[in-house]
Design a protein around this ligand. Sequence first.
Ligand code: PEP
Length: 254
Amino acid sequence: MRRQIVAGNWKMHGSRAEATQLVDSIVAGFNGGSGVDCVVCPPFVYLHEVSRQLRGTAVQLGAQDVCAEAQGAFTGEVSAAMLRDVGCQYVLVGHSERRALYGESDAAVARKFAAALARGLTPILCVGELLAERESGRTFEIIGRQLDAVMAVSDVSTLARAVIAYEPVWAIGTGLTASPEQAQDVHAFVRGRIAARDATIAAAVPLLYGGSVKAGNAAELFAKPDVDGGLIGGASLKAEEFLAICAAVPARKS
Ligand code: PEP
């Protein structure tokens, strides 16, 4: 059975008070017995406080980024050990905003992925194509390149401790969502790419879809056989909407 996961990426939104309130509402409304792993990824500065709030609950904690280096003179950066220290279990790596706005290359993302694993964090590796890349028929080439870069640094076996999120860049924060068929096609491709190296690992790795997922479209996306949940941006800032998305994950797939 693959794990099914819904992770909320809060990005750079909200205040300390809003974070506390949002977490309270999510904790109060999340059905921990549903079989879905619910993860919230607040900004760095709120991680410690949210971690305390989540103690003893079924909701888990993630960060939005991690430094590839273990420690040292890297002003402004946060290490994987620090994230573990404040209670994180997950961390996003290679989000398209990090790749596009902060110039993170495939190689840099691969190093972050390895750094997270080395400290016992579960990396949620984000991959996805630009609209122009999709329109020119290059979707699989781009996703394949992003995946291969990570597997060149970390052995395929490490994917047993990771999660992959397919996030078409054209669907993030735009209101445009990949159709369930488009999402399934890419997820099947990702699983196939991993299976070429290790079929057992490929069958077990959770593959999330992200890109304008809402309560209204989550169920049809999550119904697809290779979609094991979602990475949620904007809709994760509204507890009711986020909880409805968590509830839209169907009973476990094989
Ligand atoms: C994201 O930021 O990872 C994301 C999927 O955003 P949104 O759901 O707002 O499109």
